[in-house]
Write a protein that binds this ligand. Structure first.
Ligand SMILES: [Zn+2]
Length: 156
């Protein structure tokens, strides 16, 4: 028994707090999934960083979003206190493709409700690893409805 190595499939309802399902929808406990990343552990890959950033949106962790944003594209601040605020419903990572030793892309769909209406955010994000830590670089929005304006630059 190694008390530091926790089972990922806790069959018993765990103690308070410890077994809270992770907001990223991984089916793992928050403490075994995005929690350690939010506390400063490096993400093992870009997909894990993607999940932890989604969880940070759900939980309103502005600092984590900024800390995992590459300095070249990082905004001054992340405003999560918008009105009406989105209610995040789930994350689906469709693709995770390493594109080099320190670069990767991840395609995801995040679902949320805004003012009672179901919405989807479909993004292909680019990630880069610097000094062993993954950072979100930027993203493209595959042509699908409401997010097309962000793709105009690429269309030229
Ligand atoms: Zn998670």
């Amino acid at each position: 028994m190694n008390p530091r190595k926790k089972s990922r499939t806790a069959r018993l309802p765990g103690g308070p707090g410890d077994a809270v399902p992770c907001p990223c929808g991984s089916q793992h406990a928050y403490a075994d999934c995005c929690g350690p990343l939010h506390e400063g552990a490096p993400a093992p890959d870009a997909a894990a960083l993607m999940r932890s950033r989604y969880s940070a949106y759900v939980m309103g962790l502005h600092g984590y979003l900024l800390a995992t944003w590459h300095p070249s594209t990082r905004p001054q601040q992340v405003d999560l206190d918008v009105d009406p605020s989105p209610r995040w419903l789930g994350l689906e990572i469709r693709r995770h493709v390493p594109t080099g030793p320190d670069t990767a892309i991840a395609e995801f769909v995040a679902r949320y409700r805004l003012a009672g209406r179901a919405q989807r955010l479909h993004e292909v994000s680019r990630f880069v690893r610097v000094d062993g830590r993954w950072y979100y670089l930027d993203g493209d929005f595959p042509a699908s409805g409401s997010m097309v304006t962000a793709a105009c630059d690429a269309a030229g």
